[in-house]
Design a protein around this ligand. Structure first.
Ligand code: NAD
Length: 436
């Protein structure tokens, strides 16, 4: 199949490279010439494990090309995927569809009958209908519009794309279903379930999935608070409930609240959709509030670990990205935490294995350490914010020796209290019995 991918970010580039790897002919289009020039030179615009070699090998075979020129990029494509950003609109949290609409208006000028336009971006219910309307307004006929939401996770994006739990295709005509079935054929040869639904259902399925995962995280975070008050251990509670197949063990890790480029914006966008049709979603609404409070309250945990005072204290922050194995800083829990630490007079030295470049655009008044050892040196408290593998095997004794104080605030429950205390540290985990 000949495929065009409009938007060459986390989703577009990974999807495009994987489709090329399936044997399709793929052109990735982006209006950011810096990204496209970099890709032509073999430089990845994002940090994602395995991406560079996948992109290089498919580009070398001529199956994966890059351009900033949309008309030439979509020419002859049988399917045009839209994978542009849909950030939360400032103020109301509605999904900002301006990039999607701009892409559709641009491709309307050149699209040929028989082409299938597929939204891979996460878009609110009814966006497919709007796209159809725009195409009609622009005089386009004979084009199918389908929805194929993406469920990959940053940090494991290639494996997720190639071995998905399911593929959801929302389409209103047989031609669109046939084209998408053909595109994904290599995957259901591997038995990945493909679910055909109506277009609006597919659009909503993506939001429902992310909202449910956000609920799960907020649920265990609230249970963690309860554990702290009643001297129970949330790790064991999570295991105890997660072994029940009806619940499942994933997304039951208590921590500093969810962040990233999807959950915060997608929960808000779901609420906007619900408001528009007058159907309240109380669980999701509460989840958003719980998570906002949680992120904002992490600074108090650090303060409490230092006896309440942050002014003049040195804090070593380990991990800034919203999760390990990505450089993505969008809505990361580290942002409100670090900003509040600085506001309350602390001096922050932070280290992240790959997110430094992104983080430097956000934090202007902290120092960036070259490694974990440099971040913790002279610190009154060390805070583990992102559970990168390299923070799982720190030499705690060495760390304690290099610090000025003794507090280890482990917001990801990477360590046990006993091992931290053996190393001479005072341990503050999340939901692990009475603190301090
Ligand atoms: P991103 O910001 O990394 O990439 C979007 C790209 O689109 C940018 O490079 C931008 O320059 C380009 N773009 C915007 N308008 C364009 C236009 N008119 N023509 C060509 N290029 C254009 O975003 P992302 O993280 O890849 O997310 C894309 C979509 O996928 C969003 O709707 C997101 O919600 C969804 N999604 C993201 C993830 C994830 O983990 N990042 C997972 C599933 C779904």
């Amino acid at each position: 199949m000949r495929i065009a991918m409009i938007g060459t970010g986390y989703v577009g580039l990974v999807s495009g490279a994987c489709f090329a790897d399936f044997g399709h002919q793929v052109c990735c289009i982006d209006k950011d010439s810096g990204k496209i020039d970099g890709l032509h030179a073999g430089r990845m615009p994002i940090w994602e494990p395995g991406l560079e070699s996948l992109v290089k090998s498919n580009a070398e075979r001529g199956r994966l090309t890059f351009t900033t020129d949309l008309p030439s990029g979509v020419a002859d494509a049988e399917a045009i995927f839209i994978a542009v950003g849909t950030p939360a609109r400032r103020g109301d949290g509605h999904a900002d569809l301006s990039f999607v609409h701009a892409a559709v208006r641009e491709l309307a000028k050149v699209i040929k009958p028989g082409t299938v336009v597929v939204t891979k971006s996460t878009v609110p219910v009814g966006t497919g209908d709007e796209i159809e309307k725009i195409l009609k307004e622009e005089g386009v006929e004979g084009v199918s519009v389908a929805s194929n939401p993406e469920f990959l996770r940053e940090g494991a994006a290639i494996a997720d794309f190639k071995h998905p739990d399911r593929i959801v295709v929302g389409a209103e005509d047989e031609h669109a279903r046939d084209v998408l079935r053909e595109i994904y054929r290599p995957l259901f040869l591997n038995r990945a379930p493909i679910l055909f639904t109506g277009r609006r259902t597919a659009e909503l399925t993506k939001y429902a999935a992310n909202a449910f995962l956000a609920v799960k995280i907020s649920f265990i975070n609230e249970i963690a608070n309860l554990c702290e008050a009643v001297d129970a251990d949330v790790q064991d509670v999570a295991r105890g409930i997660g072994l029940d197949n009806r619940i499942g063990p994933k997304f039951l890790h208590a921590g500093p609240g969810y962040g990233g480029s999807c959950f915060p914006k997608d929960t808000l966008a779901l609420l906007q959709t619900a408001d528009k049709v007058g159907v309240d979603q109380r669980i999701v609404r509460t989840t958003v509030a719980v998570n906002d409070d949680r992120k904002a309250s992490m600074v108090d945990r650090v303060a409490a670990a230092l006896g309440g005072e942050l002014s003049g204290k040195r804090i070593g922050v380990l991990g800034l990205a919203f999760k390990p194995n990505t450089d993505d800083m969008r809505d990361a829990p580290s942002i409100p935490l670090v900003q509040s630490l600085v506001e309350r007079g602390a001096e922050v030295a932070a280290f992240d294995p790959v997110a430094r470049e992104q983080a430097e655009r956000i934090f202007t008044d902290i120092s960036f350490a070259a490694d974990a050892a440099a971040a913790v040196a002279g610190a009154d408290a060390v805070v583990i914010v992102t559970e990168w593998d390299e923070f799982r095997a720190l030499d705690l004794e060495e760390m304690a020796g290099a610090m000025r104080g003794r507090a280890l605030v482990d917001l990801r429950n990477v360590y046990d209290r006993e091992e931290a205390e053996r190393a001479g540290l005072t341990y503050f985990g999340v939901g692990r019995g009475r603190q301090g």
